[in-house]
Design a protein around this ligand. Sequence first.
Ligand code: ADP
Ligand code: ZN
Length: 595
Amino acid sequence: MKDKNNNKDKIYYTIFSIIIIVIAVIIGFSLINRNNNKENSKEISYTELITKINENAVEKIEMTVGSTAIKVKLKNEEEEKNAIVPSTQAFIELVQEKVQEGNLIDLKQKKTSIILRISDTLLSLLPTIMIVALFVVLFKMQGLGDKGKLYDAESEKTNITFKDVAGLDEEKNELLEIVNFLKEPKKFQEMGAKIPRGILLYGKPGTGKTLIAKAIAGEAKVPFISMSGSEFIEMFAGLGASRVRKLFEKAKKVSPCIVFIDEIDAIGARRTGGSGAESENNQTLNQLLVEMDGFDSDQTVIVLAATNRPEMLDKALLRPGRFDRQITIAVPDAKGREEILKIHSANKPLGEDIDLKDIATDTAGFTGAELANVLNEAAIIATTRQHEKIVMDDLEEAVKKVTVGLQKNSRVISEKDKKLTAYHEAGHAIVSKYLETQQDVKEVSIIPRGLAGGYTMYKTNEDKYYISKTEMEEKLVALLGGRAAEQIALNDISTGASNDIEVATELAKDMVRKYGMSDRVGPINLESKEQYELQAFGNNIEDIIGVEVKELIDTAYKKAQELILEHMDKLHAVAQKLLEKETITAEEFQKIFNR
Ligand code: ADP
Ligand code: ZN
């Protein structure tokens, strides 16, 4: 979009650049000047200088007003020397004292050259200039510097189409309707069809919400205007609302188009009627509602918004005529993951041994963004290893890097820590081995990765949509297996289990409050409820939750201890093997049990 504000901007920036260049030239000039002085003659230290003065070996001293750098000519030397004095005043007094004592020193004081003086002034003013410049830029960004300025929402033509979006077939199908509408709005209007004004995309970060919104614009060949909800939250009151207004002004101008608001929960959070930042928030939300309601029927602007926290949204946003269509963008299943891997490996040289299906199987729970990241990491690893193509081993290492962090070869680990980690990881592996619902061990290692001192990786065989209570209980046991092994085998416990404990606690809390899996609480959702809401379920409901969570954890820990005690020989064998080899594979692990 071109408007006259852009021209004004150009003038501002030109003036700004000229000022910067002039300052830079002057400073540069003076620096060269100073350096020249230094190079042309030798230095003399202050103590040496004092000694020379006391010895009456100094012939001439030249000082510059306002500078601690001085020039010294010694009696027996041709060349002048440079020196720095700590305090000019004290130095002058010292020299004058010597002169009065009868030493012949020619003390000259001269004024600085114009250029040096200007540059010194500029240097001292530099912080002020920068601060003023910063304010100007900030003001302009806030749209305050120039009243009529249109806040520049990002508007682009995108080349992304549905072809670039892997998986999500049903979602794409549903959105095809929108594409068709954007292409031929008249046809729909003549038929009296009402097309949704706003569509909410629910889903975890990185699942491709932005991508699919762009693809709609790309398919329909209309502009894509985007903004993030967090950008609307401003430090100056009222700006959020005015930005929303301008965003939609712009959209109407370029319609038909797609408006995409990422992180809409940042503006669309439930209104609470508070003050300060909160009421600012409300103004922004109110403006958004006004804009959504205010479209004429012939304006073909479709608003897509994305959030990961639908429960946070103000109900008013979901009313008819606003975001009345909701589409969940789920984490991809095995087939979807394979397709995403395919798309993102299309531009990379792959070795013959690459099996993307295998990688897809190993990456249950990964989002599209994480899978894209895996391939990028694999390319980096392959380059570092000087492979001609990306081979399976690079790809597997990349998966590990993305899941558990980078292998830390350089960290020096004490024998004591190694032993602790070995027993801890062996504990996880042994315990899961004897739990019906837990996945088989894929790899156990005591090589640190990311924040973890070691890791136990499990095979993922299938994508699960439901997890049973038994499975969750056994998951708790597996998580606490590390701690249990430390306690039993080494008779001490460590901080190494902190992450396991965190995950286990969250899981147990979810079981009680979210999945209704405890008898005493029952199938009631008590997740993220306020105090007063909880009270509706009895005064001591929180105590009951606490007791139930603790009981789940205690039972799981006991079970883990039992399993460890029962299979102590195996625990020692696995830990020993780990200390010896550092990483053991599924086969090596299995061998220990075959013996
Ligand atoms: P979100 O908006 O949901 O946080 P993005 O759309 O920004 O996620 O996705 C980030 C990146 O992940 C995309 O640019 C793309 O490279 C990759 N990605 C995510 N989902 C998919 C998918 N279904 N197909 C292909 N690439 C995907
Ligand atoms: Zn652990």
